[in-house]
Design a protein around this ligand. Structure first.
Ligand code: MHO
Length: 228
């Protein structure tokens, strides 16, 4: 237990079931769609997303930071389970979640960084389709992935960090920040506190390592954000 953290009453203390047997095969996708806090939560809530991380990509600076981006763009990177998710579906969510018809400053550009030829094809096709749909210009830049600079820890799973008891509970399970960022359970919890996810009772929150009290606690937050 780390001094000063609470939330211990909300967890079982065991490794969350969702993190227990990671999928055999995952792929990575990298997208920029405005402030990265929101996409981290949206994508993190989806079954089939194994890991999420936020960072900076597409610029020149070799060691960007939030205060000194050096031409980089806020970017989300996810690892997805090939048995439960595919790139086309990820792109549909990408388009749905931001306005890609307006020019933005470098920090908030709309970008797709493809990993490999297959993603390149799918992304290009998907962009052409969008152009037809909106009958005009899609500002999204499609580019080959080259590098991704992790953002500061306080940007990772940002919405969850604002729910201290829950955040601390999960940090009690994952005391190492890297394990915390990489946890599927933590990615889901970050999505649920933001009102994402298809949940109809606290029972649907099993697998996150929370006990009954913890599940109720999270379910109440989810309902409040959803306004139900
Ligand atoms: N409007 C947000 C953007 C943060 S995001 C990490 C803020 O400045 O509070 O760019």
């Amino acid at each position: 237990m780390i001094f000063g953290r609470d939330g211990e009453e909300l967890i079982t203390g065991e490794v969350p079931a969702l993190d227990r047997d990671p999928p055999e095969e995952t792929k990575t996708a990298t997208f920029s769609l405005g402030c990265f806090w929101g996409p981290d939560a949206t994508f993190g809530s989806l079954p089939g997303i194994v890991k999420t991380r936020v960072g900076y990509a597409g610029g020149e600076k070799r060691d960007p930071s939030y205060r000194s981006l050096g031409g980089h763009t806020e970017t989300l990177q996810v690892d997805y389970d090939l048995e439960k998710m595919n790139y086309k579906r990820l792109l549909n969510i990408f388009w749905d979640r931001h306005d890609f018809t307006r020019s933005k400053k470098a920090q908030y550009r709309s970008m797709i960084f493809f990993h490999g030829e297959e993603q390149k094809e799918i992304a290009s096709r998907s962009k052409r389709k969008k152009e037809k749909e909106v009958r005009g210009d899609v500002k999204t830049v499609i580019r080959g992935y080259s590098e991704f600079h992790m953002a500061e820890d306080y940007h990772q799973k940002y919405h969850l960090t604002k729910k201290k008891a829950l955040h601390d509970a999960l940090r009690n399970v994952y005391t190492d920040i890297e394990d915390f960022i990489d946890s599927t359970a933590v990615a889901r919890a970050n999505g649920y506190v933001s009102g994402h996810g298809d949940i109809s009772s606290a029972d649907d929150l099993k697998g996150l390592g929370l006990n009954e009290e913890g599940r109720e606690f999270l379910y109440e937050i989810w309902k409040k954000v959803r306004g139900v």
